[in-house]
Design a protein around this ligand. Structure first.
Ligand SMILES: NC(=O)c1ccc[n+]([C@@H]2O[C@H](COP(=O)([O-])OP(=O)(O)OC[C@H]3O[C@@H](n4cnc5c(N)ncnc54)[C@H](O)[C@@H]3O)[C@@H](O)[C@H]2O)c1
Ligand SMILES: O=C(O)[C@H](O)COP(=O)(O)O
Length: 528
């Protein structure tokens, strides 16, 4: 039975799903060293933002197949290290959208009406109705930075509350903004004009300290800032200074450059106009149930050998694509595997040509499947859809994709793989028949028509009498049974290919004997 380690608090709905297929161990509060020590026993790790999954932990996870992040941000996972090791990283892109958006709105309202401060004052026995006079959000300008899933929901609610919403998001079109009744602007104009600003963008090398002293000083003096996205997007020292010197009206933060917030953080010296929450954006019962179910289902599927729907490190390969292109991906993988066994020498480049109907399919998944097949004879089950491109790059194999809409050969089109190696160029072509069956339709431009089978023998030889008989009796002598045979040639008595489907593997001494037969130029034992 597979084993799943859960190292952060996860809703029981997720644990229930995983328990149906796996042993689930919930070990909260592990140190990094403790996690490193035990991770080798597990096929899957399920986390939230509390567990840092660095490259050492990933290396120690020798059985790890999948890391499931029950939430959106995967910045606590070393995704490149996971990709290199072929470990799938999945998240729940939409499970906590509403929770995070509502938390940002709650912080906006708390800031505008001084709710936490008024609460503290009231429970201390005071009745101060003058000190806590606030502002309405109605008719105020809201600046949304990052108009993705969360930012859009905040914008929608803010519009309904009568706010005038502007946004900065370099990846959102003017049409989309118009649909949302949001006007797009530059970040500089947004910070100058807005009465309230809310951040909903990821933390990346580009957005780190994006909100710095300069941007803060351009804000209106009474303007207020909310960050419910990621710590590190705001320069916290600059923010503390801006608040203490009344450069801006107030701020509310849910996320910090270092979490948990450190005792020496400059933010803790700010008085009055700052509201802090401990990364609570996704902490609603509903969101926790959503993300736990979403991610647990994906972990369960991957452990059962099925695709994951939200893998962050399998580009272009959603579960829908994997399902709809299943036989096409199988063909691509088979051609890659075949090419790796018949091409001579070190492959430096491959050309993946999508012909006819095939050119209508997305090429990226087919290229990844081809590379997976190509590298699997060398790397076995260490290669998968996650790391195939990276492994190929690491071996200096470049990839060219070609689309050729005209394919006279097959109604369903065909896929051709050409390999360019130091010892020459080879090509293999295949198709998917209407019933989903795979066919190899040519090898090195010689036409054939065979289905890939577990063991096969491919030869290049001179088309001459007696050669087939000699080969047959050699196989017979070694007790290798022939299931099917086909010959392909372009001209009579010229060069030809022979393809045999056999029931048994070919021992190396038999291959040597085959190569010694007069007229046989090449012989390749192929295993699918
Ligand atoms: N506080 C919490 O508990 C909590 C909960 C959920 C999500 N989050 C965080 O909220 C953020 C937004 O999440 P989402 O689900 O809406 O993501 P999303 O991917 O749907 O949206 C992010 C948006 O940011 C935009 N963007 C990227 N770089 C930008 C830049 N330099 N300037 C402006 N915009 C930029 C993108 O185009 C995208 O539209 C993420 O950082 C996520 O980790 C926090
Ligand atoms: O990225 C996220 O989903 C949020 O930051 C929530 O993080 P959490 O699951 O640790 O609450």
């Amino acid at each position: 039975m597979t084993k799943v380690l859960v190292s952060d608090p996860i809703d029981h709905a997720g644990i229930d799903i995983l328990s149906q297929v796996s042993q689930v161990d919930q070990r909260l509060g592990l140190s990094s060293n403790q996690l490193k020590e035990i991770i080798g026993d597990y096929e899957a790790l399920m986390i939230r933002s509390g567990t840092q999954v660095n490259s050492e932990i990933i290396e120690a996870g020798v059985n790890l197949k999948i890391i499931g992040r029950a939430g959106v941000g995967v910045d606590n996972v070393d995704v490149p290290a996971a990709t290199k090791r072929g470990v799938i990283v999945v998240n729940s892109p939409g499970g906590n959208t509403i929770a995070a958006a509502e938390h940002a709105l709650a912080l906006l309202l708390s800031l505008s009406r001084n709710i936490p401060q008024a609460h503290l004052s009231t429970i201390s026995g005071k009745w101060d109705r003058k000190k806590f006079v606030g502002n309405e959000l109605y008719k105020k300008i809201l600046g949304v930075v990052g108009l993705g899933k969360i930012g859009s929901h905040v914008a929608k609610v803010a519009n309904a509350m009568g706010m005038d919403v502007m946004a900065f998001d370099p990846f959102v079109s003017a049409e989309r903004a118009l649909q949302m009744q949001v006007r797009l602007s530059s970040i500089d104009d947004l910070f100058k004009e807005a009465d309230f600003i809310t951040l909903h963008l990821p933390r990346t090398s580009e957005t780190e300290n994006l909100v710095d002293a300069k941007l803060l000083s351009s804000m209106k003096q009474n303007a207020r800032l909310v960050n419910c996205a990621r710590g590190g997007i705001i320069d916290e020292t600059a923010l503390a200074e801006a608040l203490n010197s009344n450069v801006i009206g107030g701020a509310a933060l849910d996320v910090y450059s270092q979490e948990p917030l450190k005792n020496d953080s400059p933010l803790l010296n700010v008085k009055n106009n700052l509201i802090l929450t401990p990364h609570l954006g996704a902490s609603t019962a509903e969101a926790q149930q959503n993300v736990a179910i979403d991610v647990a289902e994906q972990i369960r599927d991957v452990l059962l050998g099925l695709p994951a729907r939200s893998a962050v490190n399998i580009p272009g390969l959603s579960a829908e694509i994997m399902d709809s292109l299943k036989p096409h991906l199988q063909l691509a993988e088979s051609l890659g595997l075949l090419a790796s066994q018949v091409s001579g020498g070190q492959i430096q480049k491959i050309e993946v040509k999508l012909q006819g109907e095939f050119s209508q399919h997305p090429s990226q998944p087919l290229v990844i499947a081809t590379l997976k097949g190509l590298l699997s004879s060398a790397l076995g089950n260490r290669i998968n859809y996650v790391n195939a491109s990276l492994e190929a790059q690491g071996r200096g194999i470049s990839v060219e994709e070609v689309k050729d809409e005209a394919s006279p050969d097959f109604p369903g089109g065909s896929l051709q793989l050409r390999t360019f190696a130091d010892k020459g160029t080879n090509s293999v072509t295949g198709t998917v028949l209407a019933d989903g069956e795979l066919r190899i339709s040519s090898i090195d431009e010689f036409p054939i028509n065979v289905s890939p089978s577990r063991y096969m023998l491919f030869t290049r030889h001179r088309d001459m009498p007696g050669i087939i008989g000699k080969l047959g009796s050699l196989l017979g002598t070694h007790n290798v049974n022939i299931a099917a045979m086909q010959v392909g040639r372009r001209i009579v008595r010229g060069e030809a290919v022979m393809v045999l489907s056999i029931d048994d593997p070919i021992p190396s001494e038999l291959l040597t004997s085959i190569l010694a037969v007069e007229g046989i130029n090449q012989a390749h034992a192929v295993t699918f």
